[in-house]
Design a protein around this ligand. Structure first.
Ligand code: FAD
Length: 531
């Protein structure tokens, strides 16, 4: 069963090695765990629903609680403390596109608002219901989870948009295909959610971001269905798929989507390389991107993330042994770890692996074989479970990301970390702030920052600390000319910083598009746009 106030399945744990607990206490401070609110107590505080009954809708408190929040840190604070604040009045479970149309009519007739809900893995407040006079219905799309058709010759497949990552890959595997879209939230996030947030999978370098995968779709908008047909390419004016990508539930509900699929690769390998320092690592991954070496993923950790990754791995004697060896070879405190993946057939995987190693050597890189890379592969969807464990030890975790040109990568990364550090220091708190580059392009890279800090016994104080660090980091991103989000979307949390990126006319364009498809302002208000 899925946790109601944390990440993932209740049966899955990610224990923290003893040495890791000591490490965190030394870098931050000992955590001060406080008990979570009991679910029964939280359920008892949920206000009466304001919606009339509907065959497709539940008004049960437990359904309303389970759909009240996503996975952002403010969501966690709300759920763990039991101070959730707002709830949807009902949760609808449509099973067909007709059901979705039917719900739209119902919402129109009852002056209600609708929040499309895929897997609820948003980390920027996309699915929170806002307070207001109009009732709110969350539309859980998990029953729209079928493969509709597959064209094995053209290598395209059409799915219902509520299908989750594992369901989708299981369907494609029967035909020997894969989508290859693997965000870390893969276990729960959905095709519709990926489109609506412009998601980026861990192997996007090989398989493409979702915008390179989406071929066509059907959107049930408040004024009627919008069909986007599939073409290999088209010059027939602006591409309307771009309107759906990143639409965050504001234009309607995506009910079906056609995607490009690939043959399941014959071989795949993940390897590690150590660099003496950050700048040599950055130079190497830039060259990988600009020389277009066909890797499938790269992840270059800064020195602190490198150390933390090795410590959290928990294999103390092995890590100590490796540490000694690396130091002897002069890969000391500033060393940075690169994990890269190659996907293809046996010959190409071997060849590309050697090309990367040779390029890295020129930047002082030291190949470390497959063990660390294989560990990464094994834990790639398990790592989020560590967030539950850290919370139990008294630590809150948040992540944020941007993308900037190569000329600004190192400065921006330093500026964001510095801004967060200062924001928390002003409140007397120390934090572990580390970063990696996980998506590289010819012209620049994404920067992904992880922050671990002690949460306070007072949830309002933790929320205040989070607001301060988020604002400081977001301002640093804007000042550096970075995008406010490389992959997580806008939601509520990035909204204050969006206009710097879109400009006045761009924002007007977004608003008028929403108004034309949703004249009554029914769809997911307050996300992406202020109204
Ligand atoms: C542990 C963790 C790891 C993550 N890793 C990644 C990562 O590697 N890459 C990445 O890109 N993101 C990542 N995310 C963020 C998140 O998983 C993505 O934003 C994902 O695309 C959201 O999908 P979802 O189905 O859960 O959507 P939800 O969270 O349910 O919804 C997100 C938004 O999409 C809208 N929406 C959902 N379905 C539809 C639909 N069918 N029609 C219209 N609108 C819809 C919602 O209204 C909402 O505005 C991660 C999140 C977590 C918690």
């Amino acid at each position: 069963m899925r946790r109601w106030n944390g990440w993932g399945d209740e049966g899955q744990e990610y224990p923290l090695p003893e040495t890791a607990a000591v490490y965190l206490a030394s870098l931050i401070a000992p955590g001060q765990p406080i008990p979570d609110a009991a679910i029964a107590k939280v359920l008892a505080t949920i206000p009466e629903s304001r919606v009339a009954s509907h065959a497709l809708m539940s008004v049960e408190p437990v359904d309303r609680l389970q759909h009240a929040r996503g996975q952002s840190l403010p969501d966690w604070i709300a759920l763990r403390s039991g101070r959730v604040g707002t709830y949807p009045d009902g949760v609808a479970f449509p099973a067909t596109s007709d059901d979705v149309r039917n719900l739209m009519k119902y919402a129109q007739n009852n002056d209600s608002r609708l929040i499309p809900y895929g897997g609820g893995t948003s980390v920027t407040g996309h699915i929170t219901s806002l307070s207001g006079d109009r009732p709110v219905i969350t539309v859980d799309l998990s029953r729209l989870n079928r493969l509709i058709s597959i064209d094995e010759v053209s290598r395209t497949a059409t799915f219902e948009a509520g299908i989750s990552g594992p369901q989708l890959e299981t369907q494609l595997k029967k035909y020997g295909f894969t989508l290859g879209h693997f965000p870390q939230s893969f276990e729960y996030s959905t095709l519709g959610g990926w489109i609506a947030t412009r998601s980026c999978g861990q192997q996007s370098y090989h398989y493409g971001r979702i915008e390179g995968i989406l071929l066509g779709a059907c959107l049930q908008s408040p004024i009627g269905p919008l069909e986007l047909p599939v073409f290999p390419a088209s010059a027939a004016g602006p591409d309307l798929r771009e309107m759906l990508l990143g639409s965050e539930g504001r234009l309607g509900i995506i009910t079906t989507a056609t995607v490009r699929v690939r043959l399941i690769p014959q071989a795949e390998r993940f390897k590690a390389i150590f660099f003496h320092d950050w700048s040599s690592g950055v130079a190497a991954v830039r060259k990988i991107a600009q020389e277009r070496l066909p890797v499938s993923m790269v992840r270059l950790s800064d020195a602190l993330e490198t150390e933390t990754t090795l410590t959290l791995a928990g294999r103390d004697s092995l890590v100590r042994w490796a540490d000694r060896g690396l130091r002897l070879l002069k890969y000391g405190r500033e060393r940075c770890l690169l994990i890269f993946g190659v996907t293809g057939d046996e010959t190409s995987v071997g060849r590309v692996g050697r090309q990367v190693a040779s390029l890295a050597r020129k930047e002082g890189g030291l190949s470390a074989g497959t063990m660390i890379g294989e560990q990464w592969r094994k834990n790639r969807f398990r790592t989020p479970y560590l967030r539950n464990t850290l919370w139990q030890h008294g630590y809150a975790v948040d992540t944020l990301e941007t993308a900037v040109p190569w000329t600004a990568v190192s400065e921006t990364s330093a500026a964001i970390k510095d801004a967060i550090r200062r924001a928390l220091e002003e409140q007397g708190e120390r934090a572990l702030i580390m970063a990696h580059l996980s998506h590289v392009y010819e012209t620049g890279a994404s920067i992904y920052v992880t922050i671990i800090f002690r949460y306070s016994p007072d949830p309002e104080k933790t929320l205040y600390q989070w607001r301060s660090l988020k604002d400081a980091a977001s301002r640093a991103i804007v000042a550096s000319g970075g995008t406010i989000s490389h992959q997580h979307g806008v939601g509520l949390d990035h909204l204050p910083y969006l206009s710097a990126e879109k400009g006045e006319i761009g924002s007007l364009l977004l608003e008028s598009t929403c108004k034309s498809l949703d004249p009554l302002g029914m769809m997911n208000p307050g996300k992406l746009l202020p109204v």
